[in-house]
Write a protein that binds this ligand. Structure first.
Ligand code: NAP
Length: 304
């Protein structure tokens, strides 16, 4: 049996893994994809302290993984399909059979929210994308739409100016939610045009995106915007499938934790984007991960 199993190898999980490995806990990290999490989809990170010139999302996560592995963290590529919460022992069903652990840290993160409109599923991968870093280069000298008004939408719209000839930022209100600095950069960028008070109704196309039908939410006016790509950045939903109905979650499904990252079940901790909190950043995920590992260590000591 493991002392600690960490599910998810993003910034929260890798930091928890680093601290747990240094605390010499018998720790296993499980990740269904490559270590790194959503940061791997970020081209350039400018607000993680310690890197005054910024750092690529890939490089930052590679450094975090190597640092945790240097202290002995064992990372296994496997998907957890079920979590059974028992007294003083948790059982995880995985691709490679059942695993047992005294404590768990959930660091499964979150997934980009879908618009849920006509044409979106059909055209995902054929012009509809949730990752500008991955798909931006396909849109050289083409016109694209970015949906959303938060940090992700504005940051990714700015990134897309490297490739696209024009970026329409479609936002449902008349004020952006994004950080002021990002807003200033968007105002200054000639290639970005903001379409205010508008929501997409349909993504049009068959073999590929041909445009989007928009509706102005104030006037009710409908219009068609011819674009070859649609990038959707309207927030995230928690990857809570393993713990839905088991742990206390908020109204949006994010796992509720104490200040010490304890969940509603003893021995299960949560860290990073899956948790209910004000700010989802790499820096906050890292703090959560360190706290969760320390709290898990204390919990394991209490079992002795
Ligand atoms: P977010 O802050 O939740 O913003 C989502 C945006 O999408 C909002 O502007 C929202 O409009 C809009 N929206 C939501 N549902 C919609 C729908 N159904 N149709 C149309 N528009 C919709 O999400 P995010 O930008 O992905 O950011 C998530 C977290 O990561 C935030 O804490 C953010 O600060 C952080 N983040 C930080 C950085 C950075 O620091 N560089 C970069 C990326 C993300 P309303 O404004 O009207 O609600």
């Amino acid at each position: 049996m493991e002392d600690l199993i960490i599910i998810g190898a993003g910034p929260a999980g890798l930091t928890a893994g680093l601290y747990a490995a240094r605390a010499r806990l018998k720790t296993l990290m499980l990740e269904k994809l490559s270590p790194g999490g959503q940061v791997l989809m970020t081209d350039w990170v400018e607000n993680y302290p310690g890197f005054p010139d910024g750092i690529s999302g890939f490089e930052l996560m590679d450094k975090m993984r190597r640092q945790a592995e240097k202290f002995g963290l064992d990372i296994k590529s496997t998907e957890v399909s079920r979590l059974d919460v028992l007294k003083e022992k948790q059982i995880l069903a995985t691709d490679n059979g059942n695993l047992e652990s005294k404590a768990i840290i959930l660091a499964c993160g979150a997934t980009p929210q879908r618009l849920g409109i006509e044409g979106e599923s059909l055209l995902t991968g054929k012009g509809v994308s949730y990752c500008a870093t991955c798909d931006g280069p396909f849109y050289r000298e083409q016109e694209v739409a970015v949906i959303g008004g938060g940090d992700t939408a504005v940051e990714e719209a700015l990134f897309l100016t490297k490739f696209a000839s024009k970026i329409y930022l479609v936002h449902r209100r008349d004020k952006l939610r994004a950080t002021k600095l990002l807003q200033e950069r968007a105002w200054e960028e000639e290639k970005i045009e903001i379409i205010w008070d508008s929501i997409p109704k349909t993504i049009v196309g068959e073999a590929g995106v041909e445009g989007i039908d928009l509706k102005n939410v104030k006037t009710g006016e409908e219009s068609h915007l011819p674009v070859q790509g649609v990038f959707v950045f309207i927030g995230y939903r928690p990857n809570n499938e393993l713990v839905k109905g088991v742990l206390e979650c908020d109204e949006r499904g994010f796992v509720v934790t104490s200040n010490n990252m304890e969940t509603s079940e003893t021995g299960i901790f949560a860290a990073g984007d899956i948790t209910s909190k004000l700010l989802r950043q790499i820096s906050t995920a890292v703090g959560d991960g360190a706290t969760a590992a320390f709290a898990a260590e204390r919990y394991l000591e209490s079992l002795k």
